[in-house]
Design a protein around this ligand. Structure first.
Ligand code: UDP
Length: 326
């Protein structure tokens, strides 16, 4: 297959690109290298079945050039990360909405398979213990920039499903929960790389609020397998799928697990949300997916434990630091 990965130099996109190449596919990566990094593709740069196009998905001509000869589009390019989105809501809206519609239109002309990367942010602050794909979206007020991200992705989902209904486009929507692993950077929120860096620097770890907020962390390799599984399963088309781990952990427990692995003498510093993100920030207190829909569709779901994931991230960060020293 010939595949296009928008955002292919990003954290998840670069892992997806590697995997698609390893499976024997041709891959075109489209990335503007804003949050994505060329270094993420270092291991595969020069590969005979890889083409890298540097440019923005907000450029319509560039998009139509990129989709021309492909069979499947993995649309991962977006303004991502709670911090980035809170800092620049205009960029979020422009990057996350119009280009998705253009891409869907282009895909209809060619009947291309389409994976839309969406996010657990669309559930907002739904108070349920575990979220299923048919649950209501509980977004906060438009005066709070955090919700611009989830709302923009919800519009993308509406668009994708509408194109499926109206034109029978084989679209599949994946809602990523917290995805972690090597190459994730901590500049845009992203608690795991931040905690690991803080620990390797000798601490303290900056836990926001009291640390009782809950997340589930999945390894990027397993998430990539789920994306590919969904696109390769014709019966999955037209559906929405939570993609993530369903093992809840509080942020305090996460900090303790990092400390235990790096240096048990490191301390935790509790920082108010207002200091971390500014006064108009709202956090999501609990975010746990029900992944049975995913498992029914493709026969798999992310299963790595938090310990295995942290060991992998710590190993990667240590190697990076060693390389930087030498
Ligand atoms: N968090 C934290 N310290 C940090 C970064 C994040 O305590 O340095 C918390 C944050 O408030 C949230 C959780 O960790 O409750 C996950 O944050 P992240 O930005 O990784 O992703 P989110 O799930 O909020 O999109």
């Amino acid at each position: 297959m010939r595949c296009l990965v928008t955002g292919g130099a990003g954290f998840i996109g670069s892992h997806l690109t590697e995997r698609l190449l390893a499976l024997g596919h041709d891959v075109t990566v489209l990335d503007n290298l804003s949050t994505g990094q060329r270094d993420n593709l270092a291991a595969i740069e020069g590969h005979e079945r890889l083409k890298i196009m540097v440019g923005s998905i907000t450029d319509q001509l560039f998009l139509s050039e990129a989709v021309r000869d492909v069979d499947a589009i993995y649309h991962l390019a977006a303004a991502v990360g709670v911090k980035l989105v809170a800092d620049d809501p205009v960029l979020t809206i422009e990057t996350n909405i119009f280009p998705t519609e253009w891409l869907l239109r282009l895909a209809v002309q060619r009947g291309q398979r389409f994976f839309l990367a969406s996010t657990s942010e669309v559930y907002g602050k739904n108070p349920k213990e575990q979220w299923t794909e048919e649950d209501d979206l509980h977004l906060g007020p438009t005066s709070r920039p955090r919700w611009a991200y989830g709302c923009s992705k919800a519009i993308d989902e509406f668009l994708a499903l509408a194109y499926h209904r109206k034109y029978d486009l084989p679209v599949v929507v994946g809602r990523f929960f917290n995805v972690v692993g090597p190459r994730q950077v901590g500049n845009y929120g992203m608690v795991v790389p931040r905690f690991v860096d803080q620990a390797l620097d000798g601490g303290p770890l900056h836990v926001y609020d009291d640390g009782s907020q809950v997340r589930c962390f999945a390894h990027v390799r397993e998430v990539v397998d789920c994306i590919i599984g969904l696109v390769d399963t014709p019966a999955a088309a037209g559906g929405i799928y939570n993609i993530g781990s369903d093992q809840p952990v509080s942020i305090r427990e996460l900090a303790e697990a990092v400390i235990e692995r790096v240096d048990p003498s490191i301390e935790i510093d509790y920082t108010p949300y207002s200091v971390a993100y500014g006064s108009d920030f709202e956090d999501v207190r609990r975010r746990v997916p029900d992944v049975s829909h995913l498992e029914q569709a493709i026969g798999r779901r992310p299963r790595m434990t938090l310990g295995e994931i942290l060991d992998d991230v710590i190993r990667w960060k240590r190697a990076l630091r060693n390389d930087a020293k030498n």
